[in-house]
Design a protein around this ligand. Sequence first.
Ligand SMILES: Nc1ncnc2c1ncn2[C@@H]1O[C@H](COP(=O)(O)OP(=O)(O)OP(=O)(O)O)[C@@H](O)[C@H]1O
Ligand SMILES: [Zn+2]
Ligand SMILES: [Zn+2]
Length: 803
Amino acid sequence: MRYASVVVDVPAKGTDKLFDYEIPNKFAGVIQPGMRVIVPFGSRKLTGFVVQLKNETDIDSVKPIHSLFDPEPVLNHELLELGAWLSETTLCYKITAFQAMLPAAMKTRYIKEIKPSSSAQLEDLPEEIRTAFEKGGPLSWEDLPSSLVAVVQKEIRNGNLQIDYRVEQKQKKRLVKYVKPLLPVRELEEQLQHLPARAHKQKEVIQFFIDHPNPILLTELTNSIQGASIAVKALIKKGILTEEQVEIYRDPYEHKQFPRTKPLPLTDEQKRAMEPILDKLNRHEHEVFLMYGVTGSGKTEIYLQAIEKVLNEGKEAIVLVPEISLTPQMVQRFKSRFGSQVAVLHSGLSSGEKFDEWRKIYRKEAKLVVGARSAIFAPFQNIGIIIIDEEHETSYKQEESPRYHARDVAIYRGKYHQCPVILGSATPTLESFARAQKGVYTLLTLKERVNRRPLPEVHIVDMREELRNGNRSMFSRTLFEKLTDRLKKGEQSVLLLNKRGYSSFVMCRNCGHVIGCPHCDISLTYHRHGEKLKCHYCQFETAMPSRCPECGSEHIRFFGTGTQRIEEELNRLIPEARVIRMDVDTTSRKGMHEKLLNAFGEKKADILLGTQMIAKGLDFPDVTLVGVLSADTMLHLPDFRSGEKTFQLLTQVSGRAGRHELPGEVVIQTYTPEHYSIQLASLHDFETFYRQEMKMRKSFAYPPYYFLILITVSHPNAIKAAEVTEKIGQYLKLHLSNEAQILGPVSSPIPKMKDRYRFQCMIKYKREKNLYKTLKLLFEHYEEDMSQTDLKLMIDLNPYTIL
Ligand SMILES: Nc1ncnc2c1ncn2[C@@H]1O[C@H](COP(=O)(O)OP(=O)(O)OP(=O)(O)O)[C@@H](O)[C@H]1O
Ligand SMILES: [Zn+2]
Ligand SMILES: [Zn+2]
């Protein structure tokens, strides 16, 4: 093949296409699709992905590829196609899609270097530059002392200096130095005699190698012989020792032991769920399973056994879990079963660690990846199963370009590899459950906990009653009593403070009334500026009332409190209780999350107090009480999914109690005890919740009955932002069918961010034939505006947050 079509590293409309380059003879047969190359582009050099090879090109003056950036393809055929599909369906640039599939460490860095031009003579250059060059190699533009900038610029204009663009990978492989003797022991002993007496360090090192002739890490050697490094250098010079660089992986779990576990004999219910999966595995057929199983029903054990079968057949497996640094227990279960075959990818790792885990997968040294969202792009070639645990988690949707949902990518890859995809949850999304009802997915149900352990009993406490009875504390009497009772018995409690949604909605503390939009069935958002309440779906707004419109009470205000304050109150109320607090503040340092959980697991505390991060995945045998301090906060987010999210969170956190021998109990404190999300969560009744929520979605035309698209426009000038949004609305009305509803323009829930004003437009639709084309044209229309003025346009298909 003579030419390569390349996608270059410039995310913009003008460059979002294939550029042809000539393959120089020296690279003939070497360059393959999926490899990154360095190509001339204008006056610069850029990296780009080779997408295809061909023998013909329409370009007249085609330039040659400059060099190879990778020795091998980094994207395989499937991933190249997947990238094209992502760019189509999420409206992102091809380069953005390709880059999203690689670990951040593999992103490229462009380094500008100043060099004498080929025509220049060093002696022509001003003194200060000459001395700078003489100190060593080319000068980096970024590190150039400011005193030299003007001179350098002048010499560039004169043609004596030039700027070279060098491309580098951000992250390096980790190399370690080994030292070993070049001579056999007998000759080492001879050398020992010849060394002068004062070279006692060198003698010591030689003696060391006489005793241990094997290669040793330089750092280990200097640990056992203080100051050995100078002696080693001298001995290398003399040809007695040699050193070599060896690449090693950074292993985040290096110091951990994972005791091996064996498959457990499955319960009858587990067996029934397992059968259809095994059947598809045996037939090598694709199928999407929705595994709906209550908390503690043994879903994970099913995943483990299905994966075992896949690995035994020499195939690979992907398991996605929500932000797994948050669930160290999950990693442990996979590592314990499959040992070193497991690669782990999540945001708690350093970029170097992620890079190394990725390369283990790439080199087929790992056969199974357990990871957060982006692990769905693992460069496997023979996938046998894909599992998405807690499929309802919103973190599976990426909130920046490419705005993909891992579930969609999983199904794409499942079809490609003809393998099953399992979506598992105790609280599936309405979208998935509806698809299972329609037979698009196959439903697998686990109704009981393993060994028929009962689900915990749930008490709902009406906090309005508490206030009426003069209790102004964050703790109801019921919760307080149960906490002290657990303390007496030496059992543990988990307290959840749901921070999401705080201080955005306005609620009456006397009657629990929350002010909502009369048109959208969504709570209004409080805006401090102008003391207003606004709806972020339509334009409705109203003044902040001073009295509750329901009961007339003055106790109406926006809502808010923090974990720290609760910890203080807890210390005051039950001073003898040992509390571990887990929130963003206490877990920001690497490894803290796990440390705190381990401490709790070792019973170094009685109460684990935390935000959402403690709600899922924990399996501690002595937890017999779960308290939810305020179930309402999320319920009133300006989001049509708020009821669903509340139901999910309450169910998940309740599921932490009574998972083993001891029975569990849950206390949910709320100002709206009558809300169906709270009532049905307390009864563990997902199916009734599903039916009720579906009715609401239908009558307000929300997913899964309709699809949504969110278009957000931002600009430093509010009028400009509003105008553009208005025009977009008109354009869409013109180009989409009458069935589509276009809502807005309206200011975004966060109307101003980083000095930019934000407006949005929402599309609700069922079927739109020209949807992608219309949106693409829309985007292209504003492309010039976006590059020249400060306009930003964001199109989110199937948004999960509307902020
Ligand atoms: N067949 C089995 N026999 C005995 N114990 C089992 C079996 N399957 C699972 N278990 C145990 O039951 C507990 C709950 O199982 P598991 O964690 O797999 O459930 P889950 O459905 O994934 O839970 P959740 O969704 O709440 O995280 C675990 O401690 C697990 O080891
Ligand atoms: Zn009221
Ligand atoms: Zn509204």
